[in-house]
Design a protein around this ligand. Sequence first.
Ligand code: IPM
Ligand code: MN
Length: 366
Amino acid sequence: MKSYNIAVIPGDGTGPEVIVEGLKVANAAAAKFGFSLNLQSYDFGGERYLRTGEVLPDSATTEMKKYDAIYLGAIGHPQVKPGILEKGILLRMRFDLDQYINLRPVKLLPGVETPLKDKGPEHIDYVVVRENSGGAYTGLGGVMMKDTPNEVAIQEMVYNRFQVERCLRYAFQLCRDLHKNSPWRWLKDEDKAAGKIGQLTLCGKTNVLTYVFGLWERVFHIVAAEFPDIKTDYCHVDATCMWMVKSPEWFDVIVTENLFGDIITDLAAITQGGLGVAAGGNLNPQGVSMFEPMGGSAPKYTGLGVINPIATIMAGAMMLRQIGEPKAAATIEAAVATTTPKMKSQAAGRMGYSTSQIGDLVAATL
Ligand code: IPM
Ligand code: MN
């Protein structure tokens, strides 16, 4: 039987409880499709840091390279100053494992409430490809004359062509793969007649950040030449926010730089029902990828069984797709889509079921 090695980082707060449900469902799918998950748990997170003073052992990221994937619950502890765990664990993994794509599907599932008026699952169904290795997250910059009235702070948005190109190529290819069997539903007839199957929107700020987005825009058009079946579009980041609310059906695949992607995917998450359902993958398509619910550790809810595990379950499906089990992934997604209509709400404590009951429902549907 095929077996995959998975590093599990349950993390802090409510992370462990949602990971239990995610694994319940992933294991059920594995049994159904004839493979197994060989799990190894790591205690990285706030508790370990407070106990040992060490955020991440030096060997950690090297050790992670031997796994097929990493499954992460949540990182964040009320007694640890913001930034330490985020930078020391989450961002360190992303950088050391070169997980250069942050893939964030934005899909309104059946029965899930959206704050967008008159919008349904057919309108809110797109994917954000967030560049995950560069930009303002690079850490280049500094502070001078600290704590004086003349203090200067610089934080640079850094990109090299290699980073931009590999991200754009991934996004074009993803768009092609998504629609190879059926063209994007909102594609105009004239575009279909011209042989297009999907649309990739570059989200940038070419009118102000001319150096960085000049580079993105030039490379976008060069790579586009390899993908004549993909319609290209461009939208400034501020306008993207507006259209994500007003006309989300205008988007198929959006590709953008790191910080813009961080911001627009929180907006996107609330339109699809909130952090209880939004999942993401930090991908190194040639290496080890890490999958996580977008929500945080929500410490005040720890142990209450009120957190929605759907995001973690969906992150598990993304993980199975990435390691080469697309049928298991699609089956989990279908089981989730029959579970969400039975839930009262996606918000913590108002779901009509406990965290583990939802895991049971999805696993039983499988
Ligand atoms: C995310 C988070 C992280 C980010 C933080 C926790 C460092 O907001 O995954 O979107 O900014 O990337
Ligand atoms: Mn974020």
